[in-house]
Write a protein that binds this ligand. Sequence first.
Ligand SMILES: [Zn+2]
Length: 84
Amino acid sequence: MTANCIACGMPMDRQEDHALADAARPYCRYCAREDGTMLSYPEKLAGYAGWLVSTQGLDRTVAESQAATILRQLPAWRERHSRT
Ligand SMILES: [Zn+2]
């Protein structure tokens, strides 16, 4: 059974893809801190924007707004944005 990370949308095909290789956790290892708790929105946003800057050469401001657009559609953050 394939689940998608609630925080970044990555497909988690293998148990190792889950945080702490725990299939019960709905988010992936890239969205988890070392202790297995999920990253906060600002942490994930900064990480995602940094990734866009390094992989796509985007301007930091552009990367942050693009990251925000992507994250907004994911289950982990949808509620956060529906209130605003
Ligand atoms: Zn993730």
